[in-house]
Design a protein around this ligand. Structure first.
Ligand code: AMP
Length: 218
């Protein structure tokens, strides 16, 4: 399904509840998106402190599953080390469970880091939010040049111990990002829930830009 068609689809033009109005609560729900190495995790750490949000990182959830050494963990490990994406159904179930573990007394909302990564996941996420009477506020897109991304990831690979932080897998991940995840960014852009952030500079400079975009959206 193309981005525009999909935007029409989930904006209610083609859904069964065509006339339903989406009621939102006062939770803050943010997606942080960007190519591998764009600084999503680092900026998320700053955002959760300032806005009191729960950090839900799909990559971290998957790596925890690998650590458990389960059959599912082994399958996930195999996919991640090839730089490919884990099946939509698997990651969506895991993320949904995390969303449901949110204690509203402790947090003001969530920041999703690394999810949704495909249009199909974005569609599922809209359903998850809709079912729970909540909405997405904004997708923060961290824009960083490819050369800088590769250099950051190779540097991280020296200490991260991640099986996917090597040149061959990094290049595959960047292609997967361009083909599968960029359409998610375009979709949120098309419905006006999008902020483009220049992702290079000092941490504080980037965080200032990110904070300004969040303040505008919530
Ligand atoms: P990350 O830590 O976000 O860079 O994710 C590391 C790897 O986990 C990715 O390259 C994918 O293989 C897998 N992964 C993370 N999030 C998702 C997702 N939303 N959908 C599919 N695969 C994912």
């Amino acid at each position: 399904m193309g981005t525009l068609h999909f935007a029409q689809h989930i904006c209610g033009m083609e859904t069964e509840n065509e006339n339903s109005i989406q009621h939102c609560d006062d939770l803050i729900n943010i997606i942080i998106c960007g190519a591998p190495g764009s600084g999503k995790g680092t900026q998320s750490d700053l955002i959760i402190k300032k806005y009191n949000l729960k950090h839900i990182s799909s990559g971290d959830i998957l790596r925890k599953e690998i650590e458990k050494g389960t059959k599912l963990g082994k399958e996930i490990d195999n996919v991640i080390s090839k730089g490919q994406l884990v099946e939509d159904e698997i990651i969506t179930k895991l993320v949904e469970t995390e969303i449901d573990s949110l204690d509203k007394k402790l947090y003001k909302g969530i920041i999703l880091d690394g999810y949704p990564r495909t249009l199909s996941q974005a569609k599922e996420l809209e359903k998850i939010f809709r079912k729970r009477g909540t909405c997405m506020n904004v997708l923060i897109y961290l824009q960083v040049e490819e050369e800088e991304l590769i250099s950051r990831l190779l540097n991280r690979g020296k200490t991260s111990g991640r099986s996917d932080d090597n040149l061959e897998t990094i290049q595959k991940r960047l292609i997967v990002y361009e083909n599968q995840t960029k359409p998610v960014v375009d979709f949120y852009k098309s419905i006006g829930k999008y902020a483009n952030i220049h992702g290079t500079g000092s941490l504080d400079e980037i965080f200032e830009r990110v904070s300004a975009a969040i303040d505008k959206a919530v």
